[in-house]
Design a protein around this ligand. Structure first.
Ligand code: SAH
Length: 344
C-alpha cells in the first residue's frame, strides 16, 4: 500500500523532492496543493513538473478520508463516520455557529483511558491515527463539504497526548500559513490529564489552547470517574497545569461534566471554584450526554444553572457548553466509531 504523503511535514517533503532529483522549492508547491487547494492527486498539481508528479504518484497517495456515513443533526451539527484503510472507523464532528465553524477531530481509534461516562473508552484502544488520518478528517470537511473551518478542537475520539508526535505534526500543518492556516489560538487540545505530556506541550511555548478534562475536584471522585487519575492524581495534574500557565502565559480551560448525584454538590462546586481561581482558568460546564449502557444522567436544569451561577458569583468565567448534535450521537463523549455506525 502506498503511504499517504500527508504523513510528512514540509521538511520531510523537501527531502523526498530532493531525493527525486528536484530542487527544494518544489516541496512548498506540493505542500500548498495539499493544504490550500485540497489536491487529492498529484496529477492535478499543474505547476509541478510532470516527472516529479509521476514519481510522487508512484510512491505516495494524497487522499483525504472517505466517510461511510454522514449524519446531520436538527441543530446543524454534522457527524462524519470515516472508514480507515484497515476497516476501523472513526468519527469527526463539524459544529456550525453564527461566527465560526468548529471541527472536532479524533486522534485514536478507541481510547485507553476508559472514563466511565465516555463512549469512546468503551471500545478499548485499537491504534493511534496517522498524521494523514488526523488531517484527512479536517480536509474532507474543508474541501469535499466545502466548509470554511475557523476552529479545530482535538476533542474527538482518543487521547491526543497519547499520540503526541502525530498530534504535534498535525497541529504544525494546520497552523502553517502555507498549510491549512488556522491560527494557533483557534486550535484546542483537550486532555484527560497526561501529566508528562502537558509539561512537554507547555515547553513548546505555543499559543494553542489547552483544555483539561477535570470533571472532579477531589481524588476520590475523580478516580471513580477517570481511572487515569490513579496514575496522575490531582496534585500532579494541578502542578502540571501551573507549569503550563507560567510557561506559556496562557489561561487553561477546565472542562467539567455535570453528573447527577456524583460531582454536582456544594463541596464539589467549592473544590472546582478553588482550582479554577488558582489558575484563573475558564470553566466549561457540560451537562453529561447520555451514552448507551450507562446509568449516569445529567442533573436537572435548575441544578445546572445553580452550579454555573455559583461559579460566576465566585468571579469565575464559567460557560455552559450545550453539547451539540446529541440526536445523532455527535455530542461530547458519544463518539464511538464502528459501534454507532449502521454500516459497520
Ligand atoms: N481524551 C481527551 C479528548 C476527548 S475530548 C479528553 O479527555 O479531554 C472529549 C470531551 O468530552 C472530554 O472533555 C470528555 O471528558 C467529555 N465527555 C466524555 N464523555 C462525555 C459525556 N458522556 N458527556 C459529556 N461530555 C463527555
Amino acid at each position: 500500500m502506498k503511504e499517504n504523503i500527508r504523513n510528512f511535514d514540509i521538511s520531510q517533503i523537501e527531502q523526498i523532492v530532493l531525493s527525486m532529483g528536484e530542487p527544494r522549492y518544489r516541496a512548498i508547491q506540493v505542500f500548498r496543493w495539499l493544504y490550500q487547494k485540497g489536491a487529492e492527486t498529484f496529477t492535478e498539481m499543474s505547476d509541478v513538473p510532470e516527472k516529479l508528479r509521476y514519481n510522487l504518484g508512484q510512491k505516495y497517495t494524497a487522499k483525504f478520508l472517505e466517510p461511510v456515513q454522514t449524519l446531520i443533526s436538527k441543530d446543524g451539527t454534522k457527524k462524519f463516520i470515516f472508514k480507515l484503510y484497515d476497516n476501523n472507523f472513526i468519527e469527526s464532528v463539524m459544529i456550525p455557529e453564527k461566527d465560526r465553524n468548529t471541527v472536532c477531530i479524533s486522534t485514536q481509534v478507541g481510547c485507553k483511558y476508559n472514563c466511565v461516562f465516555c463512549a469512546s473508552g468503551k471500545l478499548g484502544f485499537v491504534r493511534n491515527l496517522e498524521v494523514a488520518e488526523i488531517l484527512g478528517q479536517l480536509l474532507y470537511i474543508r474541501f469535499k463539504e466545502n466548509i470554511k473551518i475557523s476552529n479545530a478542537v482535538f476533542m474527538g475520539m482518543g487521547e491526543p497526548f497519547d499520540n503526541y508526535d502525530a498530534l504535534i505534526k498535525a497541529i504544525r500543518i494546520i497552523n502553517a500559513r502555507d498549510g491549512v492556516n488556522i491560527g494557533a489560538r483557534k486550535i484546542t487540545v483537550s486532555t484527560a490529564g497526561i501529566v508528562p505530556k502537558i509539561m512537554e506541550f507547555a515547553d513548546m511555548g505555543w499559543q494553542v489552547r489547552l483544555s483539561i478534562s477535570l470533571h472532579a475536584s477531589d481524588d476520590a471522585t475523580r478516580s471513580l470517574l477517570m481511572p487515569v487519575n490513579r496514575k496522575y492524581p490531582l496534585s500532579d495534574l494541578l502542578d502540571a497545569c501551573n507549569y503550563y500557565v507560567s510557561r506559556t502565559g496562557r489561561r487553561i480551560t477546565i472542562e467539567y461534566i455535570l453528573i447527577d448525584g456524583i460531582n454536582d454538590a456544594e463541596k464539589h462546586l467549592y473544590g472546582l471554584g478553588k482550582i479554577s481561581k488558582r489558575f484563573r482558568a475558564d470553566v466549561n460546564v457540560i451537562p453529561l450526554s447520555k451514552i448507551r449502557n450507562s446509568s449516569f444522567s445529567p442533573p436537572s436544569t435548575e441544578k445546572i444553572n445553580w452550579f454555573i451561577n455559583s461559579l460566576k458569583k465566585m468571579g469565575i468565567r464559567a460557560t455552559l457548553r450545550d453539547s451539540r448534535g446529541s440526536d445523532i450521537d455527535a455530542a461530547c463523549g458519544q463518539l464511538a466509531g464502528a459501534r454507532s455506525c449502521a454500516c459497520g
